[in-house]
Design a protein around this ligand. Structure first.
Ligand code: HEM
Length: 125
């Protein structure tokens, strides 16, 4: 069987860790304050949802797609370049905490950046 990014990053424990570190970073980084405020006060549920989403997106079990069929993509949040960069900053920080190979992590981050930029729905210049 071919290796998926899910497996290469370390499987379920690693993807859970990634989602946790991501929202911890969003909670802590002053640079991410703006997107942190777009979220509810508690990040507990969304940590689980991001884990479930990323599990399927990275080639592991499709936990999220089994339960829900949308992400914030379909919701009316104002996302411009500044917001997607803040999101990526948190994800880069979270990714640094995983023990996987740097090449794998960089490749996944690149694909995530494309997704985050695809979600931009506001013109910024
Ligand atoms: C590009 C910048 C992004 C911004 C500003 C953003 C913002 C948000 C906000 C405000 C929520 C709602 C949180 C809440 O209900 O408290 C949300 C939900 C969510 N986002 Fe994002 N997001 C971004 C990109 C992404 C990307 C790239 C992914 C996937 C890799 C993603 C996955 C999710 C998931 C799974 C949820 C939970 C949706 C649900 O309630 O079922 N987001 N996002």
């Amino acid at each position: 069987m071919m290796s998926t990014p899910y497996e290469l990053l370390g499987g379920e424990p690693a993807i859970r860790r990634l989602a946790k570190e991501f929202y911890d970073a969003m909670d802590e980084l002053p640079e991410a304050e703006h997107i942190r405020k777009m979220h509810g006060q508690s990040l507990v549920d969304i940590k689980e949802k991001l884990f479930e989403y990323l599990s399927g997106w990275l080639g592991g079990p499709a936990l999220y797609f089994d339960k829900y069929n949308t992400i914030c993509l379909t919701k009316p949040y104002a996302i411009g370049r500044a917001e997607s960069e803040q999101w990526m900053l948190c994800m880069e920080k979270a990714m640094q905490q995983l023990d996987a190979e740097e090449k794998i992590k960089a490749g996944v981050l690149e694909a995530m950046r494309s997704l985050a930029q695809f979600m931009e729905n506001q013109k910024t210049d």
